[in-house]
Design a protein around this ligand. Sequence first.
Ligand SMILES: Cc1cc2nc3c(=O)[nH]c(=O)nc-3n(C[C@H](O)[C@H](O)[C@H](O)COP(=O)(O)OP(=O)(O)OC[C@H]3O[C@@H](n4cnc5c(N)ncnc54)[C@H](O)[C@@H]3O)c2cc1C
Length: 443
Amino acid sequence: MPTPPLQGEASADVVVVGGGYLGLWTTKHLLELEPNLDVVLLEASVCGHGPSGRNGGFCETLWGDAPTLREQAGDAAALAVCRASEEAVRGIGAWCDANGVDAWYRPAPMLQVATTESQVGSWESIVRAAAELGAAEEVVSLSDKNVRARCDSPLFLGGALYRLNATVQPARLVLGLRAKLLERGVRIHERTEVTQLDREGGVETRSGRVRAGAAVLAVNAAAAGFTGYRLSLAVASSHIVLTEPIPDVLEELGWTGGEAIVDSRTLVHYTRTTNDGRIAFGWGGGAMGFSGRASTRLEFDPKVVARTQESLVRFFPQVRGREVTHAWGGPIDVSPTHLPIFGSRGRIHHGFGFTGNGVGPSYLGGEILARLALDRRDERTALAIVEPGRKLFPPEPFRYVGGSLIRRALISKDAAEDEGRSPSSATAFVASLPRRLGLRLPR
Ligand SMILES: Cc1cc2nc3c(=O)[nH]c(=O)nc-3n(C[C@H](O)[C@H](O)[C@H](O)COP(=O)(O)OP(=O)(O)OC[C@H]3O[C@@H](n4cnc5c(N)ncnc54)[C@H](O)[C@@H]3O)c2cc1C
């Protein structure tokens, strides 16, 4: 049952906007730091309706971004962010255990694989970064034989293993968090859309307002719709298909260790098994969004679903003839650097830009935003993902048009490489634009 919408005026010490992982973890951390704090959480729909309730459930660290972090902030700062992101992955498991929330949290390594010759070795800069930061065991290269010993897809040509990773059932996690915060007495108003932020910490909704000492903006891609944040992120989309339970196929593939697997494209394929013996298979190649506005194409695009299903069968031919029982999509908040961004504008404290890796890092983001909202400074607020320096996307309509052109070029480039061809020079040039402009798209 949704909680009642906010009607009229309310006050609180902190108002949290957005009931996904980030808003909910922030609330949890706020109450841990200040048990008597008065927190109100406003959610436009119901908590978990956004990607937090329907993602791929990869609970990752930020080791994949280690090269970018070193380049931007130096070795010590890069190591600090990566280690903090490891604590977040472990923290989610520990929270589930301590609170009796069965979110199907399953620790198992993540594999980044090559499915074309052009992808082979694309993980080397990450493996090198981990080694040079004194953490060689965190990301190691694997031969094709060792990858296929964990999951025997005919496409896998080698890869890298990220030691610390887990998978979760996303909806179980977000609903478990919501339930625990409600039990704790947090006022959560669902079906309450925030329309305006005030730099002094208050917010306005369609039918009321909250006066507060601080506000936390945790609305994912919708942040691009708020004044002051329009150029900070671009909006892409990702889709997932889910098979019926096929434990016999998982046995045949030797894929029984729970590994999460991504390929090495820019518009990435990602796949995992579930506790009830299914394969979830996703593709980050959906349409671009316009200025943070909700769009049905981002939520469910039949053409993208069909392509995702074709890729599922290419990866795992044994799945042919088995049923896909569910398919869905959702928006991705793309940051210019591929790293999440946290910071403050007056008394509004924001977090966005997870770029498809928000399940693990949102726990860390919650720790950061809770401290910013309480004006406490420590090693979490000193991390290089807090106030990282402003890198902006172009304004609309250029962002949408340019992003859509680049997306199309990336799809053509990937298709050519899947067929063992080189992409045309025009396609290769457009696909290389994000890198040339210093932007990084979803992996
Ligand atoms: C298909 C798909 C697969 C993904 N797979 C993975 C994965 O495997 N691993 C991973 O790490 N990440 C994955 N992601 C990304 C991950 O789901 C997100 O990074 C993460 O859920 C972000 O959490 P959040 O709290 O920031 O956002 P959300 O879950 O979107 O929560 C934000 C909330 O804010 C609410 N809101 C928006 N506007 C307003 C407003 N004006 N007023 C009040 N409330 C508002 C929304 O309704 C929403 O509930 C995936 C995303 C998608 C779409």
